[in-house]
Design a protein around this ligand. Structure first.
Ligand SMILES: Cc1ncc(C[n+]2csc(CCOP(=O)(O)OP(=O)(O)O)c2C)c(N)n1
Ligand SMILES: [Mg+2]
Length: 359
C-alpha cells in the first residue's frame, strides 16, 4: 500500500506558564496596549462570572454556567472578530459576548430566565446562546452560507465544546462548511469535560482538531490558556475566511475550573489533583505575570482594575435586579403568529389564575 494523503495538526503556544516565550511573538503581542486590552477584558469577564455565581447562590439568578479558567478563549474570540461578523455561541463563553459590545445585564437577564436578555442591543445579528448541544453548528453554516451567497466579507464564528464535537450536528456542519468553502470558524473550546464525561471517554482521536481533516477543512490546536496564541490563531482563521479561503477549526486546549454549572458538584467525579494542576496554568494569572515582567502592569494598576470591574458588575447587577419581570403569559406570546387552540386555553387558564380565578 502506498500513502495517498497525509495530514498534520499544528499546535501554537507563545507564552508558557513559566513565562517562556517559546516562539517569536506575533506583531500585535509586541504592543503592550493590545495585551492590556485582552488582560483587562479577561479580568472583567471573571468579575462578571463571580457575580453571576454569587447571585445564583443567593437565589437571584437561575442555573448558571461558569467560564472560570476559559477566559482566554472567550475574550480572544470576542476581540478578534470584526463587529460585522456573527457569533454563534454556546452557553459558556460570556467574555466573547461582552467584547462584542454585549452588556452584562443582558446576560444576567438571560440567566435569570428572561429571554429578553438574548435580544442584544449591541451585536444585533449575533445568535442567542444555544443550550441544545451542537445545535448551533448547522445554524452557523446557514449564517456563513448567507455571507458567501451575498458576497459579504463577513465571518461566522461557531463556539462549541469538546463534548459537542461528538454530535452528528457538528459533523454535518463541518461537512457542509468544507464542501461549500464557507467563511466560518469553528472554535472547539476543549475544557476536558462534558459534564462528568472526561475527554478521554469522548473520542479515541488524538486531537479534536483533526475532525476537520475528513471535511477537507484546515484544523489546528492552540494553547487555550495563552491569550496571545488564541488571539493570533483567531486572527489568521478569520482572515482566511474573510478572503474567501474557506473555513477553519481551532481546538483550544483549556480547562473548566468550575463545576459544569451551579447545579453540578464536580467533586463527585473529577480528581481534585487534576483541577489543581490546571489552576496552576490559569490564563489570567499567566498574562498578569507576563505584563508585570515586561513592566506594563503594577500592583496599583491591578487594584484599580479590580475596583473598576467590581463597580461595573455591581451596577449591571442592580440594573438587572431592577428590571420588571415579564407577565407570566408572555411565555405564550412570541412563538406563534396565531396561538393554537390548546395553548389559547392554557393562556386563558393562566390569566384566570392570575386574576384570582377559580379559587
Ligand atoms: C442535545 C443535548 N443533549 C444533552 C444535553 C445536556 N448537556 C448539557 S451540557 C452537556 C455537556 C456539554 O459538554 P461540552 O460540549 O464539552 O461543553 P462544556 O459544558 O464542557 O463547556 C450536556 C450533555 C444538552 N444540553 N443538549
Ligand atoms: Mg467540555
Amino acid at each position: 500500500m502506498r500513502t495517498i494523503a497525509q495530514f498534520e495538526i499544528g499546535y501554537t503556544g507563545y507564552l508558557s506558564h513559566e513565562l517562556e516565550v517559546t516562539e517569536p511573538l506575533p506583531d500585535f503581542a509586541r504592543d503592550p496596549q493590545q495585551l492590556l486590552r485582552g488582560y483587562r477584558a479577561m479580568v472583567a469577564a471573571r468579575a462578571f462570572d463571580r457575580k453571576a455565581v454569587s447571585l445564583q447562590r443567593t437565589g437571584r439568578l437561575g442555573t448558571f454556567a461558569s467560564c472560570l479558567g476559559e477566559e482566554a478563549v472567550a475574550v480572544a474570540v470576542g476581540l478578534a472578530m470584526h463587529s460585522e461578523d456573527v457569533l454563534v455561541p454556546m452557553y459558556r463563553h460570556h467574555g466573547a459576548h461582552l467584547n462584542r459590545g454585549g452588556r452584562m445585564e443582558e446576560l444576567f437577564l438571560y440567566w435569570g430566565g428572561d429571554e429578553r436578555g438574548m435580544d442584544f442591543e449591541g451585536p444585533r445579528e449575533d445568535l442567542p446562546i444555544a443550550v441544545p448541544i451542537a445545535s448551533q453548528a448547522p445554524h452557523a453554516v446557514g449564517v456563513a452560507y448567507k455571507f458567501k451567497y451575498r458576497h459579504e466579507p463577513r465571518v461566522a464564528v461557531c463556539v462549541i465544546g469538546d463534548g459537542g464535537t461528538s454530535k452528528g450536528d457538528f459533523y454535518e456542519a463541518l461537512n457542509a462548511a468544507g464542501t461549500w468553502q464557507l467563511p466560518l470558524v469553528f472554535v472547539i473550546c476543549n475544557n476536558q469535560w462534558a459534564i462528568s464525561v472526561p475527554r478521554s471517554r469522548q473520542s479515541h482521536a488524538e486531537t479534536l482538531a483533526q475532525k476537520a481533516v475528513a471535511a477537507g477543512i484546515h484544523g489546528e490546536q492552540v494553547d487555550g490558556n495563552d491569550y496571545i496564541a488564541v488571539r493570533d490563531r483567531m486572527n489568521t482563521a478569520l482572515e482566511r475566511a474573510r478572503q474567501g479561503n474557506g473555513p477553519s477549526v481551532i481546538e483550544a486546549l483549556t480547562y473548566r475550573m468550575s463545576d459544569h454549572t451551579t447545579a453540578d458538584d464536580a467533586r463527585r467525579y473529577r480528581p481534585e489533583e487534576e483541577r489543581t494542576a490546571w489552576e496552576a496554568r490559569d490564563p489570567i494569572e499567566r498574562m498578569r505575570r507576563y505584563l508585570h515582567e515586561i513592566g506594563a502592569w503594577s500592583d496599583d494598576d491591578e487594584q484599580g482594575l479590580d475596583a473598576e470591574c467590581r463597580e461595573s458588575v455591581d451596577a449591571a447587577a442592580e440594573r438587572y435586579l431592577a428590571t420588571e419581570a415579564q407577565p407570566a403569559e408572555a411565555m405564550f406570546d412570541y412563538l406563534y403568529a396565531e396561538l393554537p387552540r390548546a395553548l389559547t386555553a392554557q393562556r386563558n387558564a393562566l390569566m384566570d389564575e392570575e386574576d384570582g380565578g377559580d379559587d
